[in-house]
Design a protein around this ligand. Structure first.
Ligand code: ADP
Length: 161
């Protein structure tokens, strides 16, 4: 049986923290779908297409990883894809409560699909897309935080605005 995990998120934009979870997940599961969710309440900087494009570029070397987008309910998407697992990353304690709430709700919606958490790599514990956007806005160096292609895309965005 193929073990398929969905790795959902906003990925606005993808950081080395996300990439680390995706790479490690790809070693544990047969197939990983990185699903970009269109959460308008977060007022994204990058469009869904742009986020998908950046994720595709940075996961290009991972044969069992594909990228998709979705605007509905995660559990509906996961069940349509026949996934057994939702894969999420955990950073600090602050992530925990939020994840606990979502996971409890998701289990109510579909108890067949398990949520797996991977602890962040220590070097990325305080790395988030919002942090990256905040510093990139002021043209600070983000080369340790995001892949080159993402750094270029951020420069382009903040040049336009
Ligand atoms: P969401 O809006 O769903 O929280 P994000 O794009 O912020 O989407 O995050 C997607 C997933 O990646 C979440 O599980 C989040 O905890 C995880 N993640 C984000 N940044 C890191 C990081 N630096 N280390 C580990 N996991 C991370």
């Amino acid at each position: 049986m193929t073990r398929l995990a969905i790795c959902p998120g906003s990925f606005d934009p993808v950081t080395y923290g996300h990439l680390d979870i995706i790479q490690r997940g790809a070693k544990v599961f047969d197939q990983v779908i990185v699903a970009v969710f269109n959460n308008q309440s977060k007022a994204p900087l990058f469009s869904v297409d742009e986020r998908v494009h950046l994720l595709e570029a940075v996961t290009d070397d991972l044969d069992n990883v594909t990228v998709d987008s979705c605007s509905g309910l995660l559990m509906d998407y996961a069940s349509d894809m026949n996934a057994q697992v939702i894969l999420r990353g955990l950073r600090a304690v602050s992530d925990f409560e939020y994840e606990l709430q979502i996971t409890s709700m998701n289990r109510k919606l579909n108890e067949e699909i398990e949520t797996f958490f991977m602890m962040t790599n220590n070097q990325y514990s305080f790395l988030s897309s919002s942090m990256v956007k905040e510093v990139a806005k002021y043209h600070a160096n983000v080369s340790d935080l995001v892949p080159d292609i993402v750094e270029k895309a951020l420069k382009q965005k903040f040049k336009q605005s």
